[in-house]
Design a protein around this ligand. Sequence first.
Ligand SMILES: NC(=O)c1ccc[n+]([C@@H]2O[C@H](COP(=O)([O-])OP(=O)(O)OC[C@H]3O[C@@H](n4cnc5c(N)ncnc54)[C@H](OP(=O)(O)O)[C@@H]3O)[C@@H](O)[C@H]2O)c1
Length: 325
Amino acid sequence: MQHIALGTLDVSRIGLGAMGMSHGYTGAGSDDAEAIRTLHRALDLGVTLIDTAEIYGPFTNEELVGRALKGRRDEAVLASKFGLVSHAGGGEWNLDSSPANVRAAVEGSLQRLGTDHIDLYYQHRVDPETPIEETVGALGELVAEGKIGHIGLSEAKVATIRRAHAEHPVTALQSEYSLWTRDPEAQVLPLLRELGIGFVPYSPLGHGFLTGKVRSEADFGADDFRATNPRFTGGNLERNLHLADEVQAIAAEVGATPAQVALAWLLAKGDDIAPIPGTKRVARVEENTAAARVRLSEEQVARLDALPPAAGGHHNEEQMRMIGR
Ligand SMILES: NC(=O)c1ccc[n+]([C@@H]2O[C@H](COP(=O)([O-])OP(=O)(O)OC[C@H]3O[C@@H](n4cnc5c(N)ncnc54)[C@H](OP(=O)(O)O)[C@@H]3O)[C@@H](O)[C@H]2O)c1
């Protein structure tokens, strides 16, 4: 496995998103044993960047990752997130990045993860009620205390990234980026490069769509978050199938799988980008990790670059309100 630097943090070229093991997708939480085997297989394959968050479950995903990392903590660059659970009584899905909440959150995460430090600790969503300088100031104190190694942001807009980085160096931004979600290219990626901040694309497989395995709404359950995602509903899934078909066509040309092509395209975008494809299955972590060896020609990258925009927004309205702040 190749490695790259996110800011000053060394990580594997491809990471592993653990969210779907406990949260969000059909089947989440139904097979913890396979999920733990998947995490172990990832480590065996040289994957270091393991991504979780307090809100996944909530809490159960961090517990699962903690169980999997028992005895293997040092092999991982462990990333988690705070800010979507208010510990002062607001509860889950309540934005709170106040310094007091940052402190409460990190203690819980450390306990569930069974570790004395989190390598990369992200604010999950910007809290409009708390100036970013206050949040990052509190995170800087956690760095000084050794409770976290590095600071990250997620789905922050450029002005917020600049303000945060001026307060304390930010190591990575984690935002949605994939063949069908290109939003970070215009402003965010250039800024990250100017400031020397790494980029971690989440949902790099387009929530599984780009793998070609999701062809109809019947492929996921009503409890799956894709059942409320505009790209997967209201006829847009069918309208978008041509995008997955083009990825499949290029996969056939290079002798790879569509998932590998979706990841190889991201890798071709720069050596400051470490995607975190999510899976709860051993076979798929093997497949996704092997994308680090897939090479696309310039012409193939250009064809993928030229794919038309997807039909439907990449988040539902409620989630859209929380991003780009
Ligand atoms: N910062 C944020 O706000 C944020 C938001 C969303 C996600 N994330 C992070 O990003 C990670 C990745 O995003 P994601 O999981 O939402 O989306 P993703 O990686 O784009 O796709 C995951 C989906 O694709 C399926 N899949 C994975 N590999 C596959 C393969 N080779 N072939 C066919 N299907 C495959 C998975 O199913 P199986 O599990 O059944 O294989 C799952 O349904 C998450 O785990 C989480 O850690 C962060």
